[in-house]
Design a protein around this ligand. Sequence first.
Ligand code: MRU
Length: 355
Amino acid sequence: MKVFDIAPVRFIDDKMMILDQTRLPGEEVYIEAQTKEDVWEAIYHLKVRGAPAIGVAAGYGLYISVRGYEGREMEGFRKLVRETSEYLNSSRPTAVNLSWALKRMERVLDEATEKAGGGLTVEDAKGLMLAEAEKIRIEDEESCRAMGEYGLSLLKPGMGILTHCNAGTIATAKYGTCLAPIYLGKERGYDFKVFADETRPLLQGARLTSWELHKSGIDVTLICDNMASIVMKNGWIDAVVVGCDRMAANGDGANKIGTSGVAILAKEYGIPFYMFVPTSTIDLDTPTGDDIPIELRKGEEIYQMWYEKNMAPEGIKTYNPSFDVTDHKYITAVITEKGVVRPPYDVNLRKLKNE
Ligand code: MRU
C-alpha cells in the first residue's frame, strides 16, 4: 500500500479501524476499536499516536463508545457522553488535540440541544457526533496540506533537513505536519535530504518516519539521537522541522522528548528551527511551557522494550518523560495552516487564533 493510503484511523462499514503503529515497520495491520476501553488502550499504548491523529481517534472513539446507548432520554445520553469523554481524556495528558477534539464533540451536542429547544433526539445526537468526527478528520487533512505549502515556502531545493520523532502522515489524518512540505517538495522535484533522529525510547523516528519517507522514495538517513550535533557540524543540515503536541500561549512548544535539545543545537549552529503547529494544537489556556503537563512513562521502555535481555541492572531507577518543552526563544517560526507565525509569539499566536 502507498503511504497516503495508510490512514492512522479509518471509519469504514460503520467500524472504527486503527492502524496499529506499534507493529510498524514490520506489519501494516489495522485493529478494530469496539469499546471505550479499546480506544483508551490504543491511545495509551501509542497504537494511534501523534497529536492530530489522537484528536481524530478521540472523535470517532467517543462516537463508537456511546452509540450503543439504548435509552431515549437526552439527559442520560449527554451524561454518558460526558463521562466517556472524561475517561478517554485520561489516556494521554500532553497532546492537547485529545481534549480539544473531545470538547468539540461535546460542544456540537450542546449547541444542537440549545438550537432545538429540547427537541433533539438521541438518534439525532448520535448522527451529529459521527458527522463532527468526520469533520475533525477532513479538516485535519486540509490543515496538513496547507501547512505543507507554508512550510515549503521556507525551504529550498536540495536542502538537508533534520526531523525528530514522527510528525508524518500517520501522525495526522493525512500528509503530516512537518513532513507535509517534504512530501510536497518531492512532488515538485525539491530533492531534499532528510535526516531522521531515531527518537528513543519508542523509536518513532526509526520505526515510523524512516519507514514512511523511505516508502515514498524520499532520500532519508536514519541517525541515533546523539548524532544530531555531528550532522549539523558537518554542514549537512539547513533546517530542522518538528511537530508539536501542545503550544502554550507564549510560544513554548511541547514535543517528543529530545526536541528541545535539537532546538538548542540548531541555535548554536545557526540553523533555522521550524515547529509545525496546527491551530488545534495551540492552547491559549496554557500560559507557558511550564504549565504543560508532561507525560511520564514506564522505565521498561528505556531498558527492556527493544532488547532480548534487560539493558540495565536489576532495580535501576529510571526517569522517562515522553515530552519536553522547547522554549519559544529557540523557535525560528511556527508554521500553522493559517500561515507562518514569527515572534513575538505571545502576541501573534493569539491574533492568529482569534482571526
Ligand atoms: O508520543 P507520540 O509518538 O504521540 O509523540 C508524537 C510527537 O511528539 C509528534 O511530534 C507530535 O505529536 C506532532 S504529530 C503531527
